[in-house]
Design a protein around this ligand. Structure first.
Ligand code: FMN
Length: 138
């Protein structure tokens, strides 16, 4: 019914993906192992931020799939914690006719010493709450 897909170079966004999957009883999968978008009522789609953009594999995945009318809830992590990766994903998805239900983003540990401890307990509790809300509102 629901699916969690993510791109995570250093593991931070994967932590959010695992927390969402656990919260809603869905499977989480890296988009690296996928070519087509699986059937699901809502797809939770997440990426880290690299050079102020989502991962290249994520952008390509969005570009090459037919997303018209498909529903997404977005999540992301970055050094700044400002959510530019989810905004870029949201824009790309909307251009392809997809529906974006909402998004969650937080800081992720970067370059070993920046944002140590993130995503932490509060971040993970926050993303679990977000996942519940996305399902309730859908
Ligand atoms: C190659 C690289 C480029 C990055 N560029 C940015 C950036 O432009 N802005 C930012 O806020 N964080 C940047 N970061 C930090 C990551 O967004 C942050 O560590 C994020 O949590 C990584 O997610 P991941 O562990 O799921 O790969 C960069 C990290 C890497 C490894």
């Amino acid at each position: 019914m629901y699916k969690v897909l993510y791109y995570s170079m250093t593991g931070n966004t994967k932590k959010l993906a695992m927390a969402i999957a656990d919260e809603i009883g869905a499977e989480a999968e890296s988009i690296k192992s996928l070519t087509t978008l699986p059937d699901a009522e809502v797809v939770f789609l997440g990426s880290g931020n690299y050079g102020n953009k989502p991962g290249e594999d994520m952008s390509k995945f969005i570009e090459k799939n037919d997303l018209s009318g498909r529903k997404f809830a977005l999540f992301g992590t970055s050094g700044s914690g400002e959510g530019n990766e989810v905004r870029a994903m949201s824009e790309a998805l909307r251009q392809k006719g997809a529906v974006v239900l909402g998004s969650y983003y937080c800081k992720g540990r970067a370059f070993l010493v920046i944002n140590m401890g993130h995503p932490g307990k509060e971040d993970l509790e926050g993303v679990r709450k977000f996942a519940r809300e996305m399902i309730k509102s859908n």
